[in-house]
Ligand binder design. Sequence first.
Ligand SMILES: Nc1ncnc2c1ncn2[C@@H]1O[C@H](COP(=O)(O)OP(=O)(O)OP(=O)(O)O)[C@@H](O)[C@H]1O
Length: 326
Amino acid sequence: MIQVSQLRKSFMTPVVREGRFSGIRTLFSRDYRIKEAVRDISFTIGKGEFVGYIGPNGAGKSTTIKMLSGILHPSSGTVYINGDNPHRNRRKVARRIGVVFGQRSQLWWDLPVKDSFDILAEMYKVAPADKRRRLWELAELLSLEEFWQTPVRKLSLGQRMRADLAAAMLHDPDLLFLDEPTIGLDVTAKRNIRQFLKTLNLEFGKTVLLTTHDMDDIEELCSRVMVINHGALAYDGTIDELRGLIGLPTVIRVTFRGTFSVPEEASAGLSSRFRVTEKTRHGVVIEGNRQEATAMDMLRELSQWGDIDDIHMEEPEFEDVIHRIY
Ligand SMILES: Nc1ncnc2c1ncn2[C@@H]1O[C@H](COP(=O)(O)OP(=O)(O)OP(=O)(O)O)[C@@H](O)[C@H]1O
């Protein structure tokens, strides 16, 4: 569905002059600095995937999304959306994709929400019957009626985001690019948006590429995560594999029924599969790396120490994992 090969984008920015009349001198400067915002990125995304695209500020996420949606022209490399080049076949590709930039609205600021949808339906040539049906579905999923007649500038951030998401779906695209759709929202609003995105993906089979700084968005929604850092792809895989690669331990707390005995090599930290970090009268706490031993391996070994009564497992926080990469 999306094929990206050796994608690059460089920006030329004038070198900022210092001293008197620095603004004017910068404006007429012939010295430029090249900023490589995206460097040799390649990936493919299949139909129905929900992929998180994460990275620190300035890593190149928005620049990538702009190239995928045809807003920016790559310096080199190729992008194909369903076999089409989004820059050359911009109109055709635009019909297949929906884009939401959380920081900017695509709705008309002074018009009631309803009017923006009328304009968008015209622009995308959505047939009146389709428009009615989709608006009915979207209004149901995103509770649009409460602000249907309100000018966009008077909407709360959460309402504005719901309206923007609905607007992006009005022409029924199969692919959604979302750039920070939960930015600045409170917990309830975030939950509602995530629920909507889950429904789009699971029930309507939409493919989603999501950029966010909210790791809960990623954990809740994405089966795959791509990490971009300094313009280059640093990781592409599942969240669990990423946890394993980074090597932060999984913590397992076990209590035993009655007596139990910890083998000497485990007490001494000689077991290569995990370490015992705490021992009490009722049980132990162990830490293990899921790359070296699965949770089942660890539990199988623990069950030989005594009669297990209760188990509590804590995966490393995704946030901590991400800090290790950035
Ligand atoms: N039009 C532009 N002209 C010059 N430099 C730009 C332009 N757009 C982006 N950049 C630079 O390219 C780099 C990548 O920017 P981009 O907006 O893609 O990052 P991002 O990962 O989306 O960041 P954030 O998380 O802060 O939104 C940054 O250093 C940015 O300053």
